[in-house]
Write a protein that binds this ligand. Structure first.
Ligand SMILES: [Cu+2]
Length: 156
């Protein structure tokens, strides 16, 4: 029995830990992607950005770029040298530190005239499971409980 019990505990821990630390991927603008004339503040509103999460900027290569700027750069659409721009059309940015982050498009007047700019605030990583996104935590927990139940059923 000792062996089975430890396996149950292992299964539960195995299922809970990833749920706590699971990074989320945010596709900026969802199906609209990174584009002009889209309200990115409305998109970001209510979203829970955490350290370790990933922003994905999708756009046709050449049509836009992604520039990480500071608050002033965001307000005034100050473009950094093109060499600092992300241009792959499927740029992924890992949110490495908490705090405010600003991104703009460096093409033409997209930032100034078409609102292609995004401002988010990144929170520190989740301290407890209870604060994890329920949608992501539930399947993990469900799987863990399922494994535990099956193991118990086999044990008796
Ligand atoms: Cu653009």
């Amino acid at each position: 029995m000792t062996l089975h019990r430890s396996f149950v505990i292992f299964a539960l821990i195995y299922s809970i830990i990833p749920a706590m630390t699971l990074a989320k991927k945010f596709v900026v603008g969802d199906e609209k992607g990174w584009t002009i004339n889209f309200d990115y503040q409305a998109w970001a509103d209510g979203k829970d950005f955490r350290v370790g999460d990933i922003l994905v900027f999708n756009y046709p290569v050449g049509a836009h770029t992604v520039l990480k700027v500071n608050g002033t750069g965001f307000e005034d659409c100050i473009k950094l040298p093109a060499s600092e721009a992300l241009t792959s059309g499927k740029d992924e940015i890992v949110l490495g530190a908490p705090g405010r982050k600003w991104y703009i498009c460096g093409v033409g007047k997209h930032c100034e005239n078409a609102g292609q700019k995004l401002f988010i605030t990144v929170q520190t990583q989740l301290p407890a499971l209870s604060m994890a996104s329920p949608l992501q935590a539930v399947p993990q927990l469900f799987f863990g409980v399922l494994v535990a139940v099956v193991t118990l059923a086999l044990a008796f």
